[in-house]
Design a protein around this ligand. Structure first.
Ligand SMILES: [Zn+2]
Ligand SMILES: [Zn+2]
Length: 419
């Protein structure tokens, strides 16, 4: 049957067990994040467009091509948030948090939106979890959040990935580098794609995240950002590297890791999955020491990362690992005939009252059908009530994995589910 209404292009319905797998994974990730002292911040999905054009950068792909933007009825330019860092910083400044709390650790989760051609690992609505640490410029902190990223992946049994580590340097480093870059590009500017040619004047660093093959090849031979760092930035990177070694987090130095955002200063990093193809970045971030000031606060150095939940799920699948859907139904109550329906109905409510997740079949069909339903919801046990059981005041407990059956009293049944 043709559906009358279909979901919008680039959006997804998550149906059980996929929805449960997604939430279960999210919960596991957040548990690890909370273990590092982060607290949740919730910001609106709608924001002013100018927040992102200013912070992400006018000449980035996100701002130039991918923002889900429109005018509201009041004529305001609004967007469905394309990323999480700028809104967190906006809230941090707007709510005056920087005035009363110098050092904060926040995490966020939710949907983000980019209007682009949907492909595997790149939907128009996607889910991210991110962390931001505001208020310190300490290389141990950079190392710590990278370590947290590594921990999150390993706790999900993801192992086939590479950590790319780089640094874009401070603003003076970048200005110096732009000069070098233009000189090195020389006449080859003509062989760049239209976007890169146009951006060379304003923001030549963007060439390093251009996806066009010609540009990628050319970029490989351009000067390294790492050779251009001032002493301060060089020492910072060195300390991060040393700490990662101490924490036993393997990494690979990347000469041009600029990421698709302009706000980074200093350290940048990307965890890339080795089996995901073109969209292989599963977790990435860096240091953004000037963003708070840019958004109207006082100088507050900061760093953070975001992970793509859908890509994390793809990585787990690609490695052939399993995630439990966390299905909660433990007991499925069955009735042999219509006469036992009411006792079964009340037993179900009683189990729920005791905190035991339970269900029963409302179709009015026979026991065989009900046991099939129990299998379909993956219940651990079926509790069968027949004339005989009712007479004896007992319940027939059936283990749905082994098929083993036992006649037990209600109290004994409840005891089985007690943790
Ligand atoms: Zn520097
Ligand atoms: Zn290009």
């Amino acid at each position: 049957m043709m559906a009358k209404y279909t979901r919008l292009r680039g959006t997804t319905d998550f149906i059980p067990p996929q929805s449960e797998i997604l939430r279960n994974t999210e919960e596991k990730i957040i548990k690890t994040i909370k273990n590092f002292g982060f607290r949740e911040i919730i910001t609106p999905i709608l924001e002013r467009k100018s927040l992102f054009t200013r912070s992400i950068g006018e000449t980035t792909d996100i701002v130039e091509k991918e923002m889900f933007s429109f005018k509201d009825k009041g004529g305001r330019e609004v967007v469905l948030r394309p990323e999480g860092t700028a809104p967190v910083v906006r809230a941090y400044v707007e709510e005056g948090i920087y005035g009363r709390q110098k050092f904060v650790r926040y995490f966020y989760r939710g949907s983000f939106f980019r209007y682009e051609k949907p492909q595997a690992g790149r939907e128009r609505e996607f889910r991210q979890i991110g962390v931001e640490v505001l208020g310190a410029r300490n290389p141990y902190l950079d190392a710590e959040i990278i370590y947290l990223g590594d921990k999150i992946l390993r706790k999900l049994a993801i192992t086939d990935f590479t950590l790319e580590l780089g640094s874009v340097g401070c603003l003076p480093d970048r200005e110096k580098f732009v000069g070098k870059l233009k000189a090195a590009l020389g006449n080859s500017i003509d062989s760049l794609c239209n976007d890169c040619r146009r951006r060379t004047e304003q923001n030549p660093l963007r060439i390093f995240d251009c996806k066009v093959e010609e540009c990628r090849k050319l970029a490989e031979n351009l000067p390294s950002l790492l050779d251009n760092l001032c002493n301060d930035c060089k020492n910072h990177l060195q300390k991060v590297e040393n700490t990662l070694k101490e924490l036993q987090v393997p990494y690979h130095l990347h000469p041009h890791l600029v990421r698709g955002l302009d706000y980074y200063t200093g350290i940048t990093f990307e965890f890339q999955h080795n089996l995901l193809g073109a969209q292989n970045t599963i977790l990435a971030g860096g240091r953004y020491d000037n963003l708070v000031e840019e958004i109207g606060g006082t100088y507050t150095p900061a760093c953070g990362f975001a992970l793509g939940l859908e890509r994390i799920l793809m990585a787990i699948k690609a490695e052939g690992k399993k995630i439990s859907d966390g299905n909660e139904v433990q007991a499925f109550v069955c009735y042999v005939s219509e006469r036992e329906f009411l006792p079964a109905f009340h037993l179900t409510q009683e189990l729920r009252e005791k905190g035991i997740a339970s269900d029963l079949d409302y179709s009015g069909k026979n026991l065989k059908h009900q046991l099939k339903s129990a299998n379909r919801v993956e219940a651990k046990y079926s509790l069968i009530l027949g004339e005989d059981e009712i007479k004896k005041g007992k319940v027939l407990l059936k283990n749905m994995d082994t098929g083993e059956q036992k006649l037990l009293s209600k109290e004994e049944v409840i005891g089985i589910f007690k943790p």
